[in-house]
Ligand binder design. Structure first.
Ligand code: ATP
Length: 213
């Protein structure tokens, strides 16, 4: 990722919610959408929305706003969602199975094409149509499938050893759903999705509201 893109991380996190609103407008047959409308829908400041959209390179027209189709394409291109990425899923447990069945990913170009597990009872089965293989075949499958992404949903104590195998097999991007801070070489990107940190935010906000009452 370029330095410019990294400094835009808060904007990048908001872009999918913009895309969702813009898609609704497209489905309603609207040709243009203004930054103010997007801001109202998401309870943000219009200036913030315009700044965020500027990073995709698209320019709005005064009074009319942004052309809906071109705006969607610009956001999708900026996010890299206009290209299909093949991903493997490691750990076909409850969380892994839920992610394999999450239909929304396919609209963003993420294709989970194979799962891997160490449990012999799971190998040879499929989860939401995704075949489950033995980890022993990982390197071979990664190269055959052309996968660069791994979605990591094994129990945390196994996260690092599985990661070492992923790196050896040629995976260069790991979406880490464990709570382990993984050690990887410089050429490998890790995005950690600690579900408990989101829940921590929710609990603290609930407590703050209780104290205000
Ligand atoms: P289940 O009880 O059906 O296994 P779960 O979600 O409770 O589901 P977890 O203990 O969280 O299971 O493990 C997630 C998945 O990771 C399981 O399918 C498990 O077999 C698998 N797993 C555990 N260790 C490894 C490992 N070292 N390599 C690959 N997969 C593993």
């Amino acid at each position: 990722m370029s330095k410019q893109k990294i400094s835009a991380i808060p904007s990048i996190r908001r872009l999918p919610s913009y895309l969702h609103i813009i898609r609704q407008y497209r489905d309603e047959g609207q040709e243009y959408i203004s930054g103010t409308v997007i801001a109202q829908e998401l309870r943000l400041e219009p200036i913030q929305v315009r700044k965020d959209l500027a990073i995709t390179g698209i320019v709005g027209k005064p009074k009319k706003g942004y052309p809906v189709v071109a705006l969607m394409a610009a956001i999708e291109h900026f996010l890299g969602w206009d290209e299909v990425q093949q991903a493997v899923l490691i750990g076909a447990g409850n969380l892994g199975t839920a992610l394999a069945g999450y239909q929304e990913f396919q609209f963003h170009g993420l294709n989970i094409c194979a799962a891997f597990d160490q449990n012999p009872a799971k190998i040879g089965t499929n989860i939401h149509g995704v075949p489950v293989f033995s980890l022993e075949t990982l390197s071979h499958q990664v190269s055959v499938l052309g996968a660069s992404i791994a979605v990591l949903t094994v129990p945390s104590p196994y996260a690092q050893e599985v990661t070492d195998q992923l790196v050896q097999s040629g995976i260069t991007a790991i979406w880490n759903f464990t709570n382990v801070k993984l050690k990887v070489p410089d050429n490998v990107i890790v995005q950690r999705e600690d579900l408990t940190s989101g829940y921590a935010m929710l609990c603290v906000m609930m407590n703050a509201r209780k104290n205000d009452e």
